[in-house]
Design a protein around this ligand. Structure first.
Ligand SMILES: NC(=O)c1ccc[n+]([C@@H]2O[C@H](COP(=O)([O-])OP(=O)(O)OC[C@H]3O[C@@H](n4cnc5c(N)ncnc54)[C@H](OP(=O)(O)O)[C@@H]3O)[C@@H](O)[C@H]2O)c1
Length: 259
């Protein structure tokens, strides 16, 4: 199958392109650096010719409220319009578990706008909502850091490896569209504060994690289950501890100094 990955140079996109090629599909990594821009429309008509499925794993360069909304609305409208004109049979979009519970944040308002555009367009679709990537856990702590302390709530979180997200997207993109949203998550549930504490310790990051039920996740007030998927979510296989051992290998090799 010919599959175009919009955002094919990003964290998820590059893993997805690699996996699709390993499964002998013709995968095209589309991004501004390869002459395909979903905001300006540059290169889109050519990129989408003869394509069975489009997978949108773009992200906005700015997460400022107005900028991120404009990015996801413009990009999604262009992908759907060019896709319909070229007869694309399946539009796959990657979104985030709990989006409708996180609308205090402009980023999630933009993701919901993206989802709604996909749902109301003419192209058959599958929306894949994933939980937070393992790769993202220390960034959550960065956002919650003041001085040498990261203040985080003990909300439940069921993160997953970016590799497992890419694997799930391969299965979705090479199957028929389901015209609904499916959820994917990690194999284990943690408390966010405890997870960040484990990650920072493993990376020899000296910051202290303070557990605070009133602390915010990315500036958003979350309840115990805001971030976790429904019970029918498909689960990835990689366990956080196994991922952490691999991810912290450079730190271990450097004799415990942060890489
Ligand atoms: N972080 C999480 O925990 C999480 C959880 C669930 C879902 N998600 C979703 O996963 C998606 C992908 O995230 P990621 O971390 O893989 O993103 P990323 O690493 O930031 O990659 C973003 C990609 O989008 C491309 N891009 C940016 N502007 C573009 C444009 N105008 N036209 C075409 N491509 C453009 C980038 O190209 P360049 O390389 O040229 O800049 C890059 O390939 C996001 O939509 C995010 O909402 C994230």
């Amino acid at each position: 199958m010919k599959i175009v990955v919009i955002g094919g140079t990003g964290l998820i996109g590059s893993k997805l392109v690699k996996k699709l090629r390993e499964h002998r599909h013709e995968a095209v990594a589309a991004a501004p650096s390869s002459g395909v821009n979903s905001i300006t429309g540059e290169g889109l008509a050519d990129a989408l010719k003869g394509v069975a499925a489009v997978v949108d794993v773009t992200n906005s360069p700015s997460w400022e409220d107005a900028a991120v909304l404009k990015f996801f609305e413009t990009s999604t409208r262009n992908l759907l319009a060019y896709g319909a004109a070229e007869g694309v049979g399946h539009h796959v979009a990657l979104s985030v578990v709990g989006t409708e519970r996180l609308l205090e944040s402009g980023f999630f308002r933009a993701k919901l706008a993206q989802e709604n555009l996909v749902k109301t367009a003419s192209i058959p679709y599958t929306i894949v909502r994933a939980t937070q990537f393992f790769e993202f856990v220390t960034k959550i702590a960065d956002f919650a850091t003041e001085g040498n302390q990261a203040r985080l709530p003990p909300a439940l979180i069921q993160p997953m490896a970016a590799d497992d997200i890419a694997g799930a997207l391969v299965r979705v993109a090479t199957s028929s569209p389901v015209n609904r949203t499916i959820e994917i998550g990690g194999p284990e549930t943690f408390r966010l504060d405890e997870l960040a504490r484990r990650a920072l310790a493993a990376f020899r990051d000296p910051r202290e994690v303070i557990s605070d039920p009133h602390a915010r996740y990315y500036g958003i007030q979350v309840s115990e289950r805001s971030l976790v998927p429904d019970s029918d979510a498909r689960l990835g296989e990689t366990r956080f501890e196994d991922w952490l051992i691999q991810a912290t290998e450079p730190v271990a090799k450097a004799g415990g100094k942060p890489a």
